[in-house]
Design a protein around this ligand. Structure first.
Ligand code: NAD
Length: 300
């Protein structure tokens, strides 16, 4: 970190640890089984590693973890059938699908099959609508992590001006929706936005989620802004080895911002913790989401 930095660092690791403690306490208090069912198709190394870590993380907070493994050549019909079976089982409370899926298995089509009330990654498009209507909080974990970290800065979101840099379905748009739900005034920007700095310079909150290394610099920021860096980019360092940087130029931004998340150690660890929180939400507050009860028939 630069020695002239003035921003305070929003520590994602510490925040994630706090969320894990809260989740463990809720699971213990619930005195009910809380369970996550994950589907892993094929042998992708990073997905297998993620599943192994996830089993450990769940165990540490008292969540039962059931991994359903399907072979690489399972095909879309078998993956879909497994999702449908889990949707229908009352013992299954929370479902997630490990990525990447093998070639020939359509990710979005499979995600849209997950029952919205069990969709703890918030990947069924129905859930963004449910969030807009205040019926659920099951949104993609990165978006929830960003909001949690903004809250930790202490900024009052109602009435605040916020800019989201990047508008993908799974990251940028859900973040913008969450900020709108908090009654911030939200500008959503994308790769075609002209003079992006004219928006970011006026914003009290900037969330960078474009996948462009060090896109947001200090001179694009309003002094004192809260800056959340969602980006994870692997770039060569001075010695040629790859290192991870965000979408924010930390050195210049931390001299102007009031609060800033680092990369690594910011949104990343909090995202993992938000999945655990979503599992508890889904397990302990089962509600009907997409098919509201029909209105009562009028009295004869
Ligand atoms: P994406 O490529 O799907 O979408 C990028 C979005 O940014 C698009 O809307 C695009 O129009 C916009 N964009 C690109 N260049 C821009 C520019 N110069 N100005 C403004 N907008 C621009 O990427 P994604 O899946 O949304 O991921 C974004 C970043 O977040 C990536 O670095 C990714 O690795 C990271 N990510 C982090 C986590 C986490 O847990 N921390 C999770 C998911 C993704």
């Amino acid at each position: 970190m630069s020695s002239t930095a003035i921003a305070s660092i929003i520590d994602g690791k510490a925040a994630a640890e706090e969320v894990r403690r809260q989740v463990a306490a809720r699971v213990a208090e619930a005195k009910r089984r809380v369970r996550l069912d994950a589907i892993l198709v094929g042998e992708d190394r990073s997905a297998v590693l993620y599943a192994t870590n996830q089993a450990r993380t769940c165990a540490a907070v008292g969540i039962e973890y059931v991994l359903h493994r399907l072979p690489e050549n399972a095909g879309e019909a078998r993956v879909a059938a497994r999702i449908e079976v889990l949707n229908g089982e009352s013992a299954v409370q929370a479902i997630m699908l490990h990525l990447p899926l093998p070639e020939g298995v359509d990710t979005e089509r499979m995600q849209a099959l997950i029952a919205p009330e069990k969709d703890v990654e918030g990947v069924n498009p129905a859930n963004i609508g449910n969030v807009v209507y205040g019926r659920t909080s099951l949104l993609p974990c990165t978006a929830l992590a960003s909001l949690e970290l903004i809250r930790r800065s202490g900024v009052a979101l109602r009435g605040a001006s916020a800019v989201v840099v990047g508008a993908s379905n799974i990251v940028g748009k859900p973040i913008a929706v969450l900020l709108m739900r908090e009654e911030a005034t939200v500008v959503s920007t994308n790769r075609f936005t002209r003079e992006i700095e004219s928006f970011t310079r006026r914003a009290e909150v900037v969330v960078a989620a474009a996948g462009v290394p060090r896109l947001v610099t200090g001179e694009m920021l309003k002094p004192g802004a809260v800056v959340i860096d969602v980006g994870i980019n692997r770039v060569p360092g001075p010695d040629g080895t790859l290192r991870t940087v965000g979408d924010v130029d930390f050195d210049s931004a931390s001299r102007v911002a009031g609060h800033i998340t680092p990369v690594p150690g910011g949104v990343g660890p909090m995202t993992v913790a938000m999945l655990l929180r979503n599992v508890v939400e889904a397990a302990l507050r089962p509600t009907r989401l997409t098919t509201p009860e029909p209105p009562a028939a009028p009295e004869p």
